[in-house]
Unconditional design. Structure first.
Lengths: 324, 60
């Protein structure tokens, strides 16, 4: 193990970012409490509307547009929706992409749940209220509502969601031409439709036991997409998702952070040690993984040639145990 | 430090949140910036959400 000034600086920057911005990020973008306070839970009613933050709405349109222009643009694509449920509203605060390892074609899409699970673990550290609310996926033609095959899976799956109800949006690329005054602006020809630049999202809800989806009005309120910071580190997150997920399950108090390093975002993992102020920090950079050992104010770099993150962490822990 | 009595609405919300916390483990939410009370919520377990994520069906 050797100490370097660069890693000391990185560590100090990381500590500063955590102490100064962590709380702000956790609360930023969340809707304010209503006059009646947050819904205290219990008896959910059927959803009367879906509320998207402005950044979630923008993310969906932007990424759908980018996907259509990509080499896989003919395939279906989709997103997971996370947020909070009030008695009769679903408030979407975060959208998770399907992932580059998704299984998709012209007529189906199955999300990469390994990367999405890890992404959810990171988001939950920022906001413990986040629940899974539903799914957005696209159709290649002009079928604006979920298909019969979608219903077969969704009707059972919604039993796991709050109120046994899920929200489902269908993206298509056949939006009607907007009135002149709405050119370039997201507009709502009907309460459950959103259209922009030729793209259209049609919003539905499905309750367990119902025989069909029903249209549900969608509104947009100013706010963040809490998952947006993860986009910058998504390649690293995907590459190591399986190994990181195992570490998160096996070791208590594992923490994930996103750190700025020379203008680039870096996904960081912290594993607290038994000794006070001690931790192993793993920096998952675009082209390499770094392992730092913190003991009090001293930070060392572990030279570890192991390519698997979880094996490297356990090797370091074993070495520390041997040092006793 | 600014202390003031709760108004009727805030008092009712706080009592409801405390009862919910005692009776059904509802989380009491605090604004980290000023420690003020901002309501309560059902806190779903991590495993419940992860199970739902892992079982998202294929869409067609």
């Amino acid at each position: 193990m050797r100490l370097t000034q660069r890693w000391q600086r990185l560590h100090q920057r990381w500590q500063h970012r955590t102490s100064s911005n962590g709380a702000a990020r956790s609360l930023a973008g969340l809707p304010k409490p209503t006059a009646n306070g947050w819904y205290a839970g219990g008896d959910y009613e059927r959803l009367s509307r879906v509320v998207l933050t402005s950044e979630v709405s923008r993310t969906l349109f932007d990424e759908y547009q980018a996907h259509r222009a990509s080499p896989r643009g003919d395939e279906e694509i989709g997103w997971l929706l996370l947020g909070v449920r009030s008695q009769a509203e679903a408030i979407v605060l975060a959208s998770l992409p399907a992932g580059t390892s998704r299984d998709a074609g012209h007529s189906h899409v199955r999300f990469d749940h390994v990367a999405q699970t890890l992404a959810y673990r990171v988001l939950r550290q920022w906001d413990r209220r986040l629940k899974l609310l539903g799914v957005v996926h696209t159709h290649p033609g002009n079928l604006h509502r979920p298909s019969d095959a979608d219903y077969q899976g969704d009707s059972e799956w919604v039993e796991q969601l709050p109120g046994q109800e899920g929200i489902f949006a269908i993206g298509t690329s056949d939006a009607p031409t907007p009135p002149n005054e709405y050119a370039g602006v997201v507009w709502h020809p009907r309460p459950h439709l959103q259209c922009w630049e030729g793209l259209r999202f049609s919003w539905y809800a499905l309750v367990a036991g119902d025989r069909d989806y029903r249209p549900v009005p969608v509104e947009v309120h100013v706010g963040e997409d809490l998952a947006q910071p993860l986009r910058a580190v998504w390649p690293q997150l995907e590459r190591h998702a399986g190994r990181l997920e195992r570490l998160a399950q096996q070791l208590a108090r594992v923490q994930f952070e996103i750190v700025q390093d020379g203008g680039a975002e870096v996904l960081c993992l912290t594993i607290p040690l038994a000794e006070s102020n001690g931790a192993i920090r793993v920096w998952l950079e675009e082209d390499q993984v770094r392992y730092l050992l913190q003991r009090g104010d001293e930070v060392s770099v572990a030279d570890c040639a192991e390519s698997s993150v979880d094996r490297a962490v356990y090797l370091i822990l074993a070495e520390l145990a041997a040092d006793g | 430090m600014d202390f003031r009595p709760l108004n009727d609405t805030e008092r009712r919300q706080l009592i409801a949140a405390l009862r919910g916390n005692a009776d059904s483990n509802q989380a009491i939410l605090m604004d980290r910036r000023n420690t003020s009370f901002i309501g309560s919520t059902d806190e779903v377990t991590e495993d419940e959400v992860i199970n739902a994520i892992k079982s998202v069906p294929c869409h067609y």
